[in-house]
Every structure is written in C-alpha cells, then in structure tokens.
Write a protein that binds this ligand. Structure first.
Ligand SMILES: Nc1ncnc2c1ncn2[C@@H]1O[C@H](COP(=O)(O)OP(=O)(O)O)[C@@H](O)[C@H]1O
Ligand SMILES: [Mg+2]
Length: 764
C-alpha cells in the first residue's frame, strides 16, 4: 500500500468540485488532466499525500480539507491515471504556494476534541447509529456493506463515514468537517440525518401517492381511449356500459385460455353493437354464460373411506354391491388421484333407489349432485345446445347442469338413459358418447359455448330400467351394476328404518304422535303395493302420515298406532290380493313363475279341453313368445306321450293365464304349460305346492331362464314349497337370501319328462 505515514507541513492541494472527502472514506478518481497527473506524480515521489479541498457553492475554495493517502494507482495508455484516495486527517491551509509547478500549501493538521464524559460520547454514538438504521430502512436497495457502518465502534470514524454517505448540501458537510468538537460535529450530523429522514419519508409518501394516481390515470386513460376507438367505430353513437362492466368481470374470472379468448372476442363484438339491439343481447348473454360457468372451480374430495361408508349406510339399506363399488372407487382415487374411473350404470326397476343412491354417493364424496333426466330427450341439441347465433339459444343440459352445480367436478347423474329418444330431430346418443368418453370429454364441445369445456373431473353415473333399449356403444362404455328389486322382507326393513322416519319428518309430525307397527308395515307392503322398489310403499306411508297430521292439526292429538287392522282406515280396502297357490291339487292347473318389473310372482296356468279339432286357444294377454312355447309344449306332448286319456286331435285346447291385467311374455313358462296340457289330457292333477320355471325345446330339453331370485321369492310368498329349476339355474340360488332359500326345496331338471314326473300326480 502506498500511503503516507507522516503529516508533512507542505502538501499538494487538489481542488475537488464534487463533494467533500471525509477522513476514513475512499475516493476513487480517474484523472486525465495533465496538471493533476503531474500533481499525483509529485505526491507519489514525495510524501504520498494529497490535500483534498472542496469548492464552495459560490466557486470559492474552502480552507479546511482532508489529507488523503494514495492507496492504489494504475496508469493506462494515453495518459489516463486511476487513483484511489483514502481520507486520513483534517487540515487547515495556512499559506498557498507552488512547488515544482504543483499547486501546494502549507497546512496545519487539525485534531478533534472529545468530551470528558465517556458516557455522553457513547450516548451520541448510539443515537447516531439508530438514526442511521432508520435511514437505511427508508432507502430501498441499500448495499449490504453500507449496513455495516452501524457496526463501527469508533465514534469519530462513525461520524465521518455517516456524514459522507448522507445526501446533504456541500456547505453543511463542510461545516461538519471544519468542526473540532466531536459533540458539536454529532449535533450537526444529527440535524442532517433528521433532515434526510424527513426527506426519505416524504419521498416514500409521495411515491405511493404518485403510484396510485398513475394507476388511476392509466386505467381511466385506457378506458377513455378504448371508448374513443369504439365511439369512432360507431360513428358517434353512445357506448354500451355493459362492455365496461363485463370486461371488468372477465378480468377477475379464472378462465382457461380458449374460453377467455372466446369471451374477449364476443366482448369486442358487443362493443360494436347498438346496446338495445337483439344481437347485443345475444352477445351479452354469451359472455354472462362464460362468466357463470365453473371452469376451474372444484371441490375437494372426501377421501375418508370410513366416513364415506358411514354416509352410504345412513342413506340406504342393503345395496352392498353398490356401496362396495363406491368405496372401491374412493380407495382407487386415493392411490391414484388422476386415474380414470369407469362410468357406472345402475340398472333396475323403478323405486329401488338408483337416483337416491347417486345423491348419496355425492354426499359421501363431498361433491355437488346434479341430475339430468334423459326421459323424453330426443334432440341432440338438448345435450349439446344450439349455436349462439340463434336468438334465444342456450347451452345444452350438460353445461346447464354444471352451471347449477357451481363446480366442475360434481356427481352428474344421467337418469333414465334407457328412455332417451331417437327421431327425426337427431340422435342424442352420439353427444352422450362424447360426454361419457374419458378420451374425449376433457374437451367437450357445446354448440353454444363453441369453446371446449373440460368434463373429465365430473363423475358421471347413469341409471336405466332396462339395458335392452340402451344403444350398444353407450352400453359398452359403462360398468353395469344391477339393483334387482327388494323382497318383501327388504321392503319392510327399508320402511321401518328409512321411509317412516323420512315421511314422519316431512309431514312435520313428531315420532311421538305416530307409530308404525310391524304388522302395519307388512300389510302395506303386501296389500297396498306391488312393485320391485319402494316408491308406492313410501307414498302410502306418506299418505298415512299426512292424514294423521291433519288430525293432529285440528287438535285431536291422540297418539296413533298403525297396525294391520288400522291400515284400511287410512288407505282404503286392500289394493292387491296375491295370487296364491291352490289349496289342493287340480287337474289342468299348473303353477309357473313369472318375473315382471314389480318382482316375481306365480302364474296359474289353466288348460281346458273343448270338443274340437286340435286347435290351440290362448287367452290372458299372452305375448307371442309365450304362445310359441305353448305350441312347442303341445307338439312335444303329441309326439312323445302315448299314455294320454284324450287324443289331442279331438279337442281344441284352451290355455288361459288369469290375473290378466298384467301382460305376460317370455319362454320361461314352457314347462308349466306342458304340465298343464298334459294334466288336462291325462286327467291327472298337478302338485299345487310345486312351481316350475324353464324353457323347453321341441326335443324336450329344459333351458335356463332369467329372474330366478325374484321368481323364487315370489313363489315363497305365494305359499310354494318346492321349485323345479333348470340345472343351469341352480347356481342363481346363491343370490337368494339364506333364510328364504332354506324355506323351500329345489329340484334341478334338465329335460321335460323328468319335470312332468315331479309335477303330475300319476297315482290319483
Ligand atoms: N335401499 C334403500 N334404503 C333406503 N331407501 C331407499 C332404498 N331404496 C330406495 N329407497 C328410497 O325409495 C325412494 C325411491 O327411490 P329412487 O331413487 O327414486 O328410485 P329409482 O331412481 O331407482 O327409481 C327414495 O326415497 C329412496 O330413498
Ligand atoms: Mg330414478
């Protein structure tokens, strides 16, 4: 380091016009002036000290300055010198002189006076330090090394360094430099610092103000400019205030890129239209639709499987398969949140809880529930909407449903998908295919929106009464879950545990005023309802509750108990009497089993021989398939039995199946019809407590049939003790609850002769 270690009397003097060099601070200079370079050379060869003195604002030279040591020196080609000076001590000029053509002066080193009280000095030091920190807080982007000055322990040094960094006028800093007393110096410093703090605070305040005003100005300016442009385009007509409002709303709404673009384009269009025009209305409602749809809003799934299970059980009795499937879905989702779940289709007769199960699933998942009934929808536009260019056009029902849900991941039930219609207006199936296809539905295109909407977060559930009328491709897309219908006992349990409570609450009755006895509920199930589900049952219970509520409201507050005996008081006389098995075996009457939408029941198949010529007469609303199986039964008997008492060719054979209001069809009564005909022709009675189901072939084989569970349950409640089943159907008995299964005998049959031997009582 090149640095003067002494305090020479005569030093070169540099007149500095850019501030004050304080002791302990550094001043880098780049010098090109030849006189100055000469001075530096002179100093380097001598004491290595240069006196730096400032110029006053009026152009005069101060007489007190700072002696600086030369710390670094670089010479660059072309007479450029870079020098770093460091302030060492203060001096006063006593006499100017010139030495070797270098401006110099005889100087006197100035010393600092310190107070006697060390504590006073320390107090000052602290207060300066605090103010310094304040200034640093108010000065954004202050370099870290500057922060370090507050760590300076030497009070004199701290004062010089702090004063050097302040933005104060030269004359103030000079006064500071000239002061010998450190306390007075600190006073000056403090007032400079206060001034600086005020200045910084004011700046901060003003900047805030200015920023705010700028933003306001900019916005207004922007809007004004926009309106000017619009007005120009309109040729001076007034602007639509909707444009401003909608554009503000759009700015706030979270939208996918494509939707935002579509809305902005429409907004542009709207701004050019006359506010009252129908087109403006169309454009406005389009933008409003975009604003109202839950593009990015989703609810959080409840992934607590125990809790979900509890909710499902709270809402529905039994339906184990369905509940398990839902919990499985949850478990899979928990492990693999983005995986595609299959679309479930609940298939079953009315009133078995398909729709309400959907609602319950939504509740278990913690999602919104939306239901769209597809019954009677036969126009693709109902699903997908109309192009917005139509006046009064709207998005389709899918998008409408999502708006109603307010989230983009609801449970969305497409109810009664089997009732969807197809006609000249178009086929909604293709639109539904797109909705339900996980490969496509992330960009579902509604005609009205015309920009894709992501349906991939929606959990779709569909329902149907039957699979037969669902178009194949649609059916293939879904996982079918059958809800077959309830037994009488199930219905009783559902009524007892769920329906009564619900209906009592709905009518505002208290459970203390009305009580349903088991006998009462069972009577309603048996005598007032005929259904696979529980809708009529729920309605009947509701009707009783309402009648009691009326009584209660009129002041007659007696507690009511609903028993088998009192049910008719509320619901009138029995609506249904069950077909029940005959008390005794009869000739020409065989017991078949049928399966209808309302569950299983027995069919009495009667055959009467009338003198004639071998014609077959069928009555009792029998379908074609059933007629064909009667024909097959008769043919088999004619070709296989030689032991008949009557020759079928001499009689017309009249087959009748009573309880004619219900249409009956299907091939499954084949064996029973054969038994009925054979019994009539042989004049041997048929077992009255044995029922049979099974299709026959002309070669006498017995083929399997459907609906075994319902048929068996129907047979049991009609008083049947033994059921003949096609061999292949024996495994269906697993579906029959054990209690009921144990209450009956089952005999597997594979060919007709074997069945007939079980049914006809030959000994009589
Ligand atoms: N297993 C069950 N447990 C409790 N309530 C049921 C059950 N099954 C059906 N319900 C009730 O029966 C009524 C009809 O059900 P719903 O969902 O409309 O049948 P679906 O849609 O199959 O025609 C609803 O009030 C429903 O809650
Ligand atoms: Mg339903």
């Amino acid at each position: 380091m090149i640095k003067g270690g002494n305090t020479p009397e005569i030093i070169p003097i540099h007149l500095f016009d850019q501030g004050i060099l304080m002791p302990y601070t550094i001043l880098p200079l780049t010098v090109t002036d030849p006189d100055m370079i000469a001075m530096i050379d002179h100093a380097v060869n001598g004491d290595k000290i240069i006196g730096v003195v400032a110029e006053s604002p009026s152009g005069a030279r101060y007489s007190v300055g700072t002696a600086a040591g030369i710390m670094k020196l670089y010479r660059f080609p072309g007479d450029v010198v870079r020098v770093t000076l460091k302030g060492l001590y203060r001096f006063r000029i006593i006499e100017d002189m010139e030495i070797d053509n270098v401006a110099s002066a005889r100087v006197e080193r100035l010393s600092t006076t310190f107070p006697d009280d060390v504590d006073e000095l320390e107090a000052w030091r602290r207060s300066i330090e605090i103010q310094l920190r304040k200034i640093m807080e108010l000065t954004p982007g202050i370099p870290d090394e500057l922060q370090l000055i507050t760590l300076l322990r030497d009070p004199e040094r701290l004062g010089f360094v702090a004063a050097s960094g302040l933005e104060a006028p030269v004359f103030r800093k000079q006064t500071f430099l000239e002061e010998d007393s450190i306390i007075l110096r600190f006073r000056l410093l403090r007032s400079m610092m206060n001034y600086e703090i005020q200045r910084l605070k004011l700046r901060e305040h003003i900047e805030g103000q200015v920023r705010m005003e700028m933003e306001q100005d900019q916005k207004e300016y922007y809007l004004k400019e926009k309106m000017k442009v619009i007005q120009k385009e309109l040729g001076g007509a007034s602007i639509n205030p909707d444009v401003v409002e909608l554009s503000e709303k759009l700015a706030k709404k979270e939208l996918p890129e494509s939707a935002a673009t579509a809305a902005e384009e429409e907004l542009k269009r709207l701004s050019k239209l006359h506010p009252g025009s129908p087109e403006a209305g169309v454009a406005r409602s389009y933008i409003e639709w975009i604003l109202q749809l839950p593009w990015m809003d989703r609810t959080e799934d409840r992934l607590d499987i125990n809790e979900a299970g509890r909710i499902l059980n709270e809402d529905h009795y039994d339906l184990k398969d369905v509940k398990e499937m839902v919990l499985e879905f949850l478990a899979v989702r928990k492990l693999n949140p983005t995986g595609k779940a299959p679309i479930i289709c609940f298939v079953g007769p009315p009133g078995v809880g398909k729709t309400s199960m959907g609602r319950s699933i939504a509740r278990a998942l913690g999602r919104k529930f939306i239901r769209l009934s597809l019954g009677g929808v036969h126009d693709e536009a109902e699903i997908r909407g109309h192009r917005k260019t139509y006046i009064g056009a709207m998005p389709g029902r899918i998008i409408q449903g999502l708006k109603e849900a307010g989230t983009s991941n609801p449970v969305f039930m497409l109810d009664e998908i089997d009732k969807i219609g197809r006609d000249f207006r178009g086929d909604p199936t293709s639109a539904l295919l797109e909705v339900l296809d996980p490969e496509q539905n992330f960009s579902f295109r509604d005609n009205y929106l015309s920009t894709p909407f992501d349906l991939s977060f929606v959990k779709f559930i569909t329902t149907a009464n039957t699979l037969d009328t669902i178009p194949g491709p649609l059916r293939d897309r879904m996982e079918i879950i059958r809800i077959p219908g309830y037994t009488e006992n199930d219905k009783f349990e559902i009524a007892r545990r769920y329906l009564v409570k619900r209906q009592v609450e709905r009518t505002g009755l208290s459970g203390k005023l009305i009580r349903f006895r088991e006998s009462g509920l069972r009577c309603i199930v048996k005598r007032y309802t005929r259904e696979a589900g529980v809708r009529e049952l729920e309605r009947s219970i509701g009707a009783i509750c309402r009648k009691c509520a009326v009584k209660a409201a009129s002041g007659d507050l007696r507690m009511v108990t609903i028993t088998e005996k009192s049910v008719p008081d509320y619901l009138g006389s029995w609506k249904y009497t069950r077909e029940s098995s005959l008390a005794e075996p009869a000739v020409g009457v065989a017991t078949g089993l049928a399966w209808t939408a309302v569950g299983g029941e027995i069919l009495m198949i009667e055959t009467l021989l009338l003198p004639g010529s071998g014609k077959l007469i069928l009555t009792g609303q029998l379908g074609d398939v059933m007629k064909e199986s009667a024909q097959a039964a008769l043919s088999w008997i004619r070709s296989n039995r030689s032991d008949l008492r009557h020759d079928p060719a001499e009689f017309d054979i009249h087959i009748h199946v009573p309880a004619g209001a219900t249409p009956k069809d299907g091939p499954s009564a084949g064996v029973a019809i054969a038994a009925s005909i054979l019994s009539a022709l042989s004049e041997k009675p048929v077992q009255n407590r044995t029922a049979v189901t099974g299709e026959i072939t002309l070669r006498g084989m017995v083929l399997p049939v459907g609906g075994v569970k319902e048929k068996v349950l129907g047979a049991l409640s009609a008083g049947i003790e033994k059921v003949l089943l096609p061999v292949e159907n024996m495994r269906d008995l697993e579906d029959v609850p054990e209690d009921q299964r144990n209450a009956m005998e089952f005999v597997p049959i594979s060919e007709i002769g074997q069945a007939l031997d079980h049914l006809i009582i030959w000994s009589e």
